[in-house]
Ligand binder design. Structure first.
Ligand SMILES: Cc1ncc(COP(=O)(O)O)c(C=O)c1O
Length: 310
């Protein structure tokens, strides 16, 4: 992992190696944190953060669902993000804000523990590799089901909930695949370990609805809009497992993985077993939007202000 010079921790910019917390931090024991994964991309006008406001809104929503108030305003977090990218000198990077219950009483009631916050940035290649983005990846359907709202909160991006994704990811890697697709508690296709999923059949694009147990991805939302703007019919509905294998094309979207095609599911080639033309078209349009080459989507990019030299 590439490091950076500075991390922002509870209101201060500190050196990477000094960004420390107490071992009795509540979130370390019980997973009581919420976070975001965001990316800044290089554009002709300098680094630009993709849909920063949407990510901060989701951070606030995730936090609220776990009875935490953000300890800093979203505007402060936005400014810190800009400053952190500028001071670390990155042209593009991954951005990880985390808000958590800190050191205080132990036990399951977190309400007396302080709510703390940090933002870290680092340079990070696409999660499933540049190769994965280009050639597609192989996935298996996980034996683990996606968490359901009977027991947790799928719409909150909460740290403890990621044990579900971690188990699915380990299982997929140990059995020779690059990614896992999790079904929901009813057996419908839900999402990847850290990505939303899209299925293309006979020119129509399908994805599980926002009311499924998905994390409502910001890249998902963006690709839905892009696909519709490109003239495709896009339907949000439940998907049966077999629809993955019988699809013409499947792709995944997420901040870490960006838009990565799936070329095989459970050892069955999807379509021709290579990324298909509709996936490629959306991927190219998305790439243009992310790098500031599409005026139509300029509002998705939050340009990092150039520091003044005074
Ligand atoms: C479980 C899960 N689903 C979906 C996504 C995709 O969300 P986004 O596009 O906002 O990164 C992520 C990544 O944050 C995730 O962790």
């Amino acid at each position: 992992m590439n490091t950076a010079d500075l991390i922002w921790l509870n209101g201060e910019f500190v050196a990477w190696e000094d960004a420390k917390v107490h071992v009795l931090t509540h979130a370390m024991h019980y997973g009581t944190g919420v976070f975001e994964g965001i990316r800044a991309y290089e554009t002709e006008r300098g680094p630009a953060v993709f849909r920063l406001q949407d990510h901060l809104d989701r951070l606030e929503a995730s936090s609220k669902l776990y009875y935490m108030d953000l300890p800093y305003s979203k505007e402060q977090l936005r400014e810190v993000t800009h400053e952190l990218i500028g001071r670390n000198g990155f042209k593009s990077c991954y951005i990880r804000p985390l808000v958590w219950r800190g050191y205080g009483p132990m036990g399951l009631n977190p309400l007396e523990n302080p709510v703390e916050a940090m933002i870290a940035v680092w340079e990070w290649a696409p999660y499933l590799g540049e190769e994965g983005k280009r050639d597609g990846v192989r996935a298996r359907v996980s034996s683990y089901r996606r968490i359901s709202s009977d027991s947790l909160i799928p719409h909150s991006k909460a740290s403890g909930q990621y044990l579900n994704s971690v188990l699915a990811k380990i299982e997929s890697l140990k059995s020779g695949y690059q990614e896992a697709i999790l079904l929901d508690d009813k057996g419908h296709v839900c999402e990847g370990s850290g990505e939303n999923v899209f299925v293309i059949k006979d020119g129509v694009i399908y994805t599980p609805p926002q009311t499924a147990a998905i994390l409502d991805g910001i890249n998902r939302k963006s690709c839905i809009q892009l696909a519709r703007d490109l003239g495709y019919e896009l339907i949000e509905r439940d998907l049966a497992r077999a629809e993955l294998a019988l699809a013409d094309e499947v792709f995944l979207t997420g901040t870490a993985a960006e838009l990565t095609p799936l070329r095989e599911i459970d050892d069955i080639p999807i379509g021709e077993g290579i990324p298909g033309p509709i996936t490629r078209q959306i991927q190219d349009a998305f790439d243009d939007a992310l790098h500031g080459r599409a005026a139509q989507y300029a509002e998705w990019l939050d340009l990092v202000p150039v520091p003044s030299r005074t």
